[in-house]
Design a protein around this ligand. Structure first.
Ligand code: HEM
Length: 529
């Protein structure tokens, strides 16, 4: 029996089965006292039972995730509609999990906060992770998303910087608004994410009442090898609920783990949360007609132009049995795709794809994919990989010659799959460069978002932003007010009022070095004076 098959017995253990042992299978006859010379010591070194117990305890923690350290896992399934909107799913993708109506694929999901450590508050103003591992018959598919539709940056090379600015100060170990907004003030593409994060949506009430977004742009591939660009969305059936800053402070004063508790309790009491899953699709090319780039994760795809197409429903119905094994050791990444789903050239997505498995080899170990929660559950695994710390079995095929851990071989080794790896591969040409995508338009979508907000939502956004900016230095405050004025007059003027900065005070700042302004941006900038 593989460790993955071990589920607890429903009947209570017998008295023999309850006897405590060490991991060598030796019964423990005294778990209260070390072995000592006489009752007052000294202790002896050939104290195997004590040494094994204490030295395992010394190693009980593994490094926490560098981001998304606090989280909670649940299990369930995804039930497909067999369609993508009104069309058969096969029109867009050959991925098996989407093909038949009613087909169920088991999954694990990990919700998380981003910036705090493993024991930090679950009611912080912070994006929430929404990472799903589908155990499909084609092997695992990880969709590692967030509860907000966009992100702060559009190039993975900036990720360590944005995270350093949001993490505690390396000297004071406090999250410092001045460091956060020092970075953001030099990062115009972050304005859209900031209007989400500081809006009422910035503190989800719990994990059950929030949306999920893949955020980055992926591709779907059909049987003919034709591709479309795709974005993924999850909508909670129970609706979206959030906390104000004051409400969050009260919850946090009582309980740092309120969201985990809410999810665990809902599942234990049979109140299984559900999300509808949708995709947006667009033809796979650059779309010069749009004033934004489909590969830019600081942008949404407007739903009126790219409607949400229903693909299925996710239900969570089982809790973890062991938090460490299943939550701390689960490992998801954007590189984990199945046949029929593919990457796009989104520069964040490509960078993420390296980062996840790299950190997991460090955080969990090189054999992290052999752990039960990470194993493919519905697909066979047969590799020639072996060795490394904590290796405990070979991923060999049944009957495979155990001497052959290489390929090709004429002596019963593993062989390549017959399928064509990629029919219709894209042709890539271009000069190597380090540059920013052309269609940036960093203020258009945050402006559109601000315009659709109700007055109470604008009030909350302004208040949350102004309160945090009040703790920043004047030069950082001025640049942030300048950006907000470029987004919308009301946004900039009202945040400015809270911290004593007027449009006239920032009129002469001009654009950032290398910042490209649209005609509309230039008109707005001129109107400041
Ligand atoms: C976790 C890197 C952007 C969602 C992580 C981890 C790393 C990382 C190193 C820790 C993984 C682990 O220890 O298992 C990056 C990089 C990014 C990026 C380099 C940008 C280039 C994003 C974006 C999203 C996202 C845009 C949302 C769409 C998540 C989630 C987790 C995570 C949900 C937690 C996964 C889990 O629950 O185990 N990221 N990330 N990340 N990231 Fe990212």
């Amino acid at each position: 029996m593989s460790p993955a098959d071990k589920s607890p017995k429903s009947s209570a253990p017998t008295s023999d089965e309850r006897v405590l042992t060490n991991r060598q299978g030796h019964p423990v006859v005294n778990n209260q006292s070390q072995r000592t010379v006489g009752s007052r010591g000294p202790a002896t070194l050939e104290n195997y039972q004590f040494l094994e117990k204490i030295s395992h305890f010394d190693r009980e923690r593994i490094p926490e995730r560098v981001v998304h350290a606090r989280g909670f896992v649940a299990y369930g399934d995804f039930e497909a509609t067999g369609k993508i909107g009104d069309e058969p799913a096969s029109k867009y993708t050959r991925a098996k999990l989407f093909q038949e109506a009613g087909k169920k694929t088991p999954l694990a999901i990990r919700f998380s906060t981003v910036i705090g450590g493993r024991d930090s508050s679950e009611t912080a103003r912070d994006p929430r992770g929404f990472a799903v591992k589908f155990y499909t018959e084609d092997g695992n598919w990880d969709l590692v998303g967030n509860n907000l539709a966009v992100f702060f940056i559009r190039d993975a090379i900036k990720f360590p910087d944005v995270i350093h600015s949001l993490k505690p100060d390396p000297v004071t170990f406090r999250q410092e608004p001045n460091r956060i907004f020092d970075f953001m003030s030099q990062t115009p593409e972050a304005m859209h994410m900031l209007t989400h994060l500081f809006s009422p949506r910035g503190i989800p009430a719990n994990y059950r009442h929030m949306e999920g977004f893949g955020v980055n742009t992926y591709k779907m591939v059909n049987a003919e090898g034709n591709t479309v660009l795709v974005k993924y969305h999850f909508h909670p059936r129970e609706g979206v609920a959030s906390l104000t800053a004051d409400e969050a402070a009260k919850v946090q004063g009582q309980d740092l783990g309120s969201a985990s508790k809410d999810l665990y309790t809902a599942i234990e009491t049979g109140n299984y949360p559900q999300w509808d899953m949708y995709v947006q699709v667009m033809e796979d090319h650059e779309h010069p007609e749009l004033d934004w780039d489909p590969l830019d994760d600081t942008k949404i795809w407007p739903e009126k132009d790219f409607p949400l197409l229903h693909v299925g429903t996710m239900t969570l119905n089982r809790n973890v049995e062991d938090f460490f094994n299943e939550n701390e050791q689960i490992a998801m990444g954007t590189g984990v795709l199945v046949d029929g789903l593919d990457f796009s050239d989104d520069k964040m997505l490509i960078g993420r794809t390296f980062s996840y498995s790299d950190t997991q080899r460090y955080r969990v170990g090189p054999n992290y994919l052999q752990l039960p929660v990470n194993q493919a559950k519905q697909a066979r695994v047969a590799t020639n990989q072996s060795g490394g710390q904590m290796s405990y079995y070979r991923d060999a095929a049944p009957g495979q010659n155990p001497h052959v851990n290489y390929e090709p071989s004429i002596h019963d080794g593993l062989t390549e799959a017959p399928r064509e790896e990629n029919n219709n591969p894209p042709e890539v040409r271009g000069q190597l460069t380090r540059s920013v995508i052309e269609r940036r338009n960093d203020y258009v979508q945050p402006r559109a978002r601000f315009c659709t907000m109700m007055q109470w939502e604008r009030d909350d956004l302004v208040n949350n932003m102004g309160t945090m900016l009040a703790d920043c230095e004047r030069d950082v405050q001025e640049r942030m007010v300048w950006h907000f004025l470029m987004v919308h007059d009301e946004f900039g003027n009202r945040v400015g009022e809270m911290i004593g900065i007027s449009a006239a005070d920032v009129a002469n700042l001009g654009p950032l070095p290398k910042q490209v302004l649209t005609e509309e941006d230039q008109r707005r900038m001129k109107s400041l004076g």
